[in-house]
Design a protein. Sequence first.
Length: 483
Amino acid sequence: MFAAALALPAHASIARERLGAPSQFSWDRLVGRARRLAGNRYVAPAAARNAAADFDSAGRLTYGEAEAIAGNIRLFPASRATAPTPVTIAIVENGKAREITDTAGLFANGGTADPAGFRVMDATGRSDWLAWQGASYFRSSGNRDQYGLSARAISIDTGLPEGEEFPTFTHFWIEQVGDGQARIHALLDGPSVTGAFAFDCTKSAQSVTQDVKAVLFLRKDVRQLGLAPASSMFWYDQSSPPAQRDWRPEIHDSDGLAIWSGNGERVWRPLENPREPRLHSLRADSPKGFGLLQRDQDFDHYQDDGAFYDHRPALWVEPKGDWGPGFVGLYEMPTDTETLDNIALFWSSDKPARAGERKEFSYRLTWTSNDPTQDGNARCVDVFDGPAGIPGAPPVAGARKFVFDFAGPSLAGLDRASGVVAETDLPKGVLVSAAAYPVARTKERWRVMIDVRTQGMPNPQFRLYLRRGDTALSETVIKAIES
């Protein structure tokens, strides 16, 4: 956490005439406000009175020359199409907060609107690296200046039959502490929960990090309270059926879920675009880290020179302290378009969330194109799926072939005589054949090829990793099988 907030830059004073009277502000005051709010009946926020009529109108207000606040903060306008709910934004200096009361000149092309969020610009003022807009969503462009997946403050009942609840950030307090650094506070409100959040944000050449701390107050019992949630998009990749695709070879913001469990096991779960929505619970007691990654960063695998999916960042969550027993939830929904976030991620405690409780937690978010899971062991870098059997021969009825490529330092110098095997939890009656071998003309890359009888499988997924003797050489892959 930053030791103290610095004073606003001198050139930020041009916005002072647009600010209200100062009031005392501190983290303790924000927590107290969230606690008092939880004792009141929930009132849903009203729609903005001054909002852009449609998506194009919102774009004209967002992009172009406009005045910044607090040195390099640009506002997002409320929009009836995409962001109808306004937020209150205040600038903090030396423990005093002043709300923005006049937005004249703060939007592009001379327009006016109620603010619905904001973005943090880089030193040039031409590109942003952080953005908050909509419910409790926020995101970063990482270290390659390309937005992709999003994070949010909290998730409630994601993927459950009774439906999901979306609390909202209603108020923000911004402390700008210099180029590449920002401190943001936010007040959360929803039917079941209120909360105080603080984000200490730092941009470097390798990543954007956000140290997050939160205090929640529960108005109601919550069946499934999700911490450090994220949302992403996975339409298809190289293993998906051709019928799902357009001309581009792959389209996804993230290609897998990574988990570093408290017991030291590293897990990789390739993402899927299922035929029906499904919620997976992956055991993760006292997690050291988890997140949605975009491991495949080869432009040739996407051929998209507009959306640049090869530049989409990973989002890695590192809990601070011991979060205790719990699981990582992965919710996958079907999609036939790249405009829908069909992937949701969160961590949920085994301990029930009860009305009247206060919950505190903190964690670090890292947005980066450098794989945060790299260590001495091998990682799964490719997955393929096709008919079982020998190429050129009739396929094996009722079975499928799964191919996994692993790469990493633990495989250096090993060959077919090194005793490397593919370890799976597939029953003998289901596993038709399995082979593990080094890929010719490559370095530190091995391939696992298995044929699996998918009909009558007791479990719609299996686990697989590379082993040599008693030593695991790779992370564990969890592969889901669509029936």
